[in-house]
Design a protein around this ligand. Structure first.
Ligand SMILES: *[C@@H]1O[C@H](CO)[C@@H](O)[C@H](O)[C@H]1NC(C)=O
Ligand SMILES: *[C@@H]1O[C@H](CO)[C@@H](O)[C@H](O)[C@H]1NC(C)=O
Length: 363
């Protein structure tokens, strides 16, 4: 009798462990029906009652049977891609039924090239969501206004889509966010003034949009910020001086904007910054002569601005300058000798007013 009880109990546990929540299965079925993936057949695995095993890209909490992850990447090392010898392609849209998966932590629908439609606004009710990655599709519409409700979100990647509208004000409430990639969309308006409230952010990638206004001063509070890419926007105003003294900032890309004023000394005297691109702006004044033995730039691009004066002599004291581009400015006078100048090509200096000496013609 005891034995029979134990067997029944074990069976019950096994069933409970394996079974997918019927309401989650129903939501996944509707989600699937609004998408079409013609070449790999991944949705052909989404059959049978147990959505927690063998449904490609679906993971569940093993004790509750609730769906926790939808992880569908159109470009990966997975064997189905190798076998099909192609990358993924998917059309259709993201069904709002995805919002019924209330235990969802991961929603990745990345690099399928052609998923269109809008991000369902109800997505902001998925309070357990940690990763939202929809990169590389054709998603339109706006970023849901209430995005800031996703308090556990660490990754927000909506890059390479056709999203319009402004960056919602509520975005600054994503207090756990570490990566924000909204590049290559059609966002307009300003970067929120209180953007720096996002204290956990280490990568801010907003390039290739139509963002305007100036760089918010609150960014100076983002003490984990390592990578700031605001290139290819309509940003104006000057480069804030604090940018050179952020604790872990190493990459700053501001190329192709309308930024004016002078280059702050701190930016070029920083020994933490390694990649700085200020190309194609409206910067003026002299290039600060503040380089030193700890200067280490893998790339420093100041080309296509209105910089005047001479090439700073202190550049010769730098520990390392990989790629240097000072072309298309109004610089004048002799190019200093010694490292790194003996390694650089004429293209780094061309189209200035009156630069001379190696690698250009003698003075
Ligand atoms: C999703 O939730 C809504 C609202 O609770 C409900 O009406 C709908 O039937 C659910 N969808 C599925 C597929 O269970
Ligand atoms: C800097 O930005 C310009 C314009 O986007 C680009 O052409 C150039 O290659 C960049 N420089 C470096 C060193 O990456």
């Amino acid at each position: 009798m005891k034995f029979l009880f134990l067997v029944t109990f074990l069976l019950a546990v096994t069933v409970a462990v394996n079974s997918c929540s019927p309401s989650d299965r129903a939501a996944l079925t509707v989600f699937k029906s609004s998408l079409s993936e013609p070449y790999l057949g991944i949705f052909r695995t989404w059959t049978g009652s147990d959505c927690c095993s063998n449904w490609y890209g679906v993971n569940c909490d093993p004790t509750t049977g609730r769906v926790t992850d939808i992880n569908l990447r159109g470009e990966s090392e997975d064997k189905i891609f190798i076998k099909a010898r192609r990358t993924g392609y998917m059309i259709g849209s993201i069904s709002p039924e995805v919002c019924n998966l209330s235990e969802l932590k991961t929603l990745v629908l990345a690099d399928w090239k052609s998923i269109s439609g809008e991000i369902p606004p109800c997505i902001t009710s998925l309070s357990n969501l940690k990763i939202l990655d929809l990169i590389g599709n054709r998603i339109t519409g706006t970023i849901p206004a209430e995005i800031g409700l996703l308090k556990k979100l660490t990754v927000l990647n909506l890059a390479d889509n056709a999203i319009t509208g402004q960056i919602p004000a509520s975005i600054v409430n994503l207090e756990k966010l570490m990566l924000m990639d909204l590049s290559s969309n059609q966002l307009s308006g300003k970067i929120p003034d209180d953007f720096g409230k996002l204290a956990m952010l280490s990568r801010v990638l907003l390039s290739k949009n139509g963002l305007e206004g100036s760089i918010p001063n609150s960014i100076s509070n983002m003490y984990r910020l390592a990578d700031l890419d605001l290139s290819y926007n309509l940003l104006s105003g000057s480069i804030p001086a604090w940018i050179g003294s952020m604790p872990v900032l190493s990459t700053v890309k501001l190329d192709i904007n309308h930024i004016s004023g002078r280059i702050p000394k701190s930016l070029l005297s920083s020994s933490g910054l390694n990649i700085v691109n200020l190309s194609r702006n409206a910067l003026e004044g002299f290039i600060p002569d503040v380089f030193h033995q700890k200067t280490y730039f893998t790339a420093l691009d100041l080309s296509y601005n209105n910089l005047k004066g001479s090439v700073p002599k202190s550049l010769a004291t730098a520990r390392y300058i990989g790629h240097l581009d000072l072309s298309h400015n109004h610089l004048c006078g002799p190019i200093p000798a010694g490292s790194p100048f003996d390694r650089l090509e004429a293209s780094s200096f061309q189209n200035n007013d009156c630069l001379c000496g190696m690698p250009l013609s003698t003075c």
